[in-house]
Design a protein around this ligand. Sequence first.
Ligand code: PMP
Length: 407
Amino acid sequence: SGAFDPELWRRDFPVLKRQVHGKPLVYFDNANTAQKPQVVIDAVEGYYRDYTANVARAVHSLGEQATAAYEGARDKLARFLNAGSRDQLVFTSGTTQAINLVAYSYALPRLQPGDEILVTQMEHHANIVPWQLVAARTGATVKAAPITPEGELMLDRFEAMLTPAVKLAAVAHVSNVIGTVNPVAQIARLCRSRGVPLLVDGSQACPHQRVDLQAIGCDFYAMTGHKLFGPTGTGALWARREHLQAMPPFFGGGEMIRTVSFDGTVFADPPHKFEAGTPNIAGFIGLGAAVDYIEGIGLERIQAYESELLAYATDALLGVPGLRLFGRAAHKAAVLSFLVEGVHAHDLATLLDHEGVAVRSGHHCAHPLMQFFGVPATARASLAFYNTREEVDAFVRALDKVRKLLA
Ligand code: PMP
């Protein structure tokens, strides 16, 4: 422990040494995808260099080593999330695939005309569109619980909307646009008391706070590895055991069966039942290394540091004339969506890039939330534990320059 020194951790990330347009990179697009520490890069490279082989198929040494590393990553992630059992973690290509798996394997066979799926106004499209697709096939509908102007879920309204017609609820743990941290354990209790299964979209939570699946008490939890400093194309679905057992597989193929004949096929047990074909082996080995790395720092320390940095950045941004900050939830992660009066979000992001500052602009895959705020797009600075106050200062200086140029 001791004081949290981001400079120490920055050394582990090769990309943070680089320049953009002749300026030191200030990477504030972590909610989009996070940078990778050298240990993750080494783990991926090590697999390709030293023991490339398929998993769960070969008894030769390389195959055994690859399988041990791949399944070892599942153990690490299971401990990291307090998953209960490693068998409850299905590897997916990311949150999007995890949510689609629940939509098609769990929701689709159960939905009837008139049924409802309850989401919130702040969801990412990945937690809206899959439900709309299965709703369209079944005659069900998707409805959204409202949020306050500060960007907090109206819990009483959410509770009132949990009618008997609701067959599934799906809520972001942390908003990718405004950083709101939703009280998912409380939401899970509400849902359970009414017999409604709850899916939590944990994409933006896992990199910033301790996620304890036993404590949350939801039915499904989706996460993404590339935002957790791991490789792209990695993620997981956690689900209650009884759901995984009841769900039919979504994809069929090799590695997901026990026996196959033309009279019928017996599927493997979860999680392999849902992992047809050759997976992203190198990616998950890299994700295992990312989990080890994050555990070595400690999520509690990361969360404490990031909340200080958020307070610092919020104060700094509020000092910029004409700046509108979106989302002021009491409990929020270090995500700052903003606009400067008279300046388009894309122009902001483009000119900030010329100053070396990477922010995202656009609708952030959250059209309904943009509609709520009445804007087509925002610029978004999303921070990680390797960001510093000096970077926030550089960002605000760059913003000032851009504002004077354009406003
Ligand atoms: N949900 C949220 C809240 C997200 O932020 C994202 C990624 N921006 C996703 C879902 C989708 O994750 P992925 O693209 O990794 O599947």
